[in-house]
Write a protein that binds this ligand. Structure first.
Ligand code: FAS
Ligand code: PHB
Length: 393
């Protein structure tokens, strides 16, 4: 016996994309059902992004979930690039008039969940066998099982917000879907530690032993990364080994204020650039990591997902008001921006990491690029305008 539920938009995925879309649509009086194969605690427990563009802050303000962000977030007017010990500050505020906000994705997700639950959003967690159906029929459905019950959601639209490993992208026929991918020959080993940050702004460092990033979550909690081999495991990286490598790569000057301690989270993430086209198939729309992945070097993954959702929410809200122009243009509009952000993330990753296949020539190109950035306001402005966030369209 299958239970049928009717809604306007069925959202697959309760990560930042799905939660924000649900909130923006709810604010416009549009009903959604949100499914996730995990539960709230698991989703909130994932440690990911740490830097929000102004556009993301604006979206969270529009969603009505930015109060704690403005209380606890840390505005940053710049960040540093370090190259074999030499340091160059990218003056975001001076070069663009904008800043970024340091506020963890974990907190964004918690704020969105709090609001969604307070407003009585219908969630189904720990779902299985999620399958979109009849996407070209004008009356799509999504079937799944939940606590042993077979359920079908009948809806007007399906939002695929289920990340890189989700099912939505797979629902687009192989002869329609085009994918583009670059897998990087290294990963990022990240740790979280309750110690004051080594620097008041982020430092991205390229050292001959590899990349390192000094980030933070608050004045007392730091988030640090080092480039590692894809074959590495966290078990091979004791805290002591991490601290020694991290300090070496930052350089003596930047590491002078490093306060070490016991990490309470340690994980390795692979790096890839990935784009799937189109981001619409019939009444299915993809948003966020379901459609694209960027290496975290440019701090773009979460921000790109939010930009998709802002444009998708606009299109759906206008559809229900009788105007389909933005919804019909969604995939083309979003992909134009996705590719520019992919470019920036790839460019900064190429500049800041040690590639095993790099010859001495490429090593000199990295050094020349850094010295050009450090000597050219125009070059630094280009980095800055991408880092604070490109226009929404
Ligand atoms: P998410 O992957 O966050 O959410 C998708 C949701 O869909 C998940 O909750 C999943 O459980 C659910 N789902 C999947 N399959 C399903 C199915 N079949 N049925 C139902 N639900 C399903 N970005 C940055 O900007 N900076 C960073 O430093 C950074 N670090 C990252 C580190 C790691 C290890 C990873 C994986 C990503 C990182 N990102 C970073 C990118 C990250 O923040 C994503 O861009 C962001 O989570 C995208 O949000 P969503 O599109 O909602 O996808
Ligand atoms: C983080 O704080 O997790 C972070 C910040 C900037 C990045 C990547 C990760 O580019």
């Amino acid at each position: 016996m299958t239970r049928t539920i009717k809604t306007q938009v069925c959202i697959i995925g309760a990560g930042p994309s799905g939660l924000l879309l649900s909130q923006l649509l709810a604010n416009a009086g549009i009903d959604t059902v949100v499914l996730d194969r995990k539960d709230r605690a698991y989703i909130e427990g994932r440690i990911r992004a740490g830097v929000l563009e102004q556009g993301t802050v604006t979206a969270l303000e529009e969603a009505g979930v930015a109060e704690r962000l403005h209380r606890e977030g840390i505005p940053h007017d710049g960040f540093e690039l370090a190259f074999d010990g030499a340091r160059h500050r990218i003056d975001l505020a001076g070069l663009t008039g904008k800043s970024v906000m340091v506020y963890g994705q974990t907190e964004v997700t918690k704020d969105l969940f709090d609001k969604r639950f307070a407003q009585g959003q219908q969630f189904f967690f720990n779902v299985e066998d999620v399958t979109p159906h009849a996407l070209k029929s004008g009356a799509p459905q999504v079937s799944f099982t939940h606590e042993g019950e077979d359920i079908t959601v009948s809806c007007d639209y399906v939002a695929g917000c289920d990340g890189y490993h989700g099912v939505s992208r797979q629902a687009i026929p192989k002869d329609v879907l085009k994918t583009f991918e670059r897998v990087y020959p290294f990963g990022w080993l990240g740790i979280m530690v309750d110690q004051p940050p080594v620097n008041h702004e982020l430092i991205y460092a390229n050292h001959q032993r590899g990349f390192a990033l000094a980030s933070m979550r608050s004045e007392t909690r730091s988030r640090y990364y080092i480039q590692c081999d894809l074959s590495d495991s966290v078990e091979e990286w004791s805290d002591d080994r991490f601290w020694e490598e991290f300090a070496t790569r930052l350089g003596p000057d930047a590491a002078a204020n490093l306060q070490t301690g016991a990490s309470f989270e340690k994980s390795i993430a692979p790096l890839r650039s990935f784009v799937a086209e189109p981001m619409r198939y019939g009444n299915l729309f993809l948003a966020g990591d379901a459609a694209h992945i960027v290496p975290p070097t440019g701090a773009k993954g979460l921000n790109l997902a939010v930009a998709d959702v802002r444009l998708l929410a606009r299109g759906l809200i206008e559809h229900y008001a009788g105007n389909d122009a933005h919804l019909d243009a969604y995939s083309q509009t979003v992909l134009a921006r996705v590719w520019k952000v992919e470019r920036f993330s790839w460019q900064l990753s190429t500049l800041m990491h040690q590639f095993p296949e790099n010859s001495p020539f490429e090593a000199r190109m990295q050094k020349a690029e850094f010295e050009y950035l450090a000597s050219s306001e125009a070059a630094s402005r280009s980095i800055a305008e991408n880092y604070v966030g490109l226009p929404l369209e």
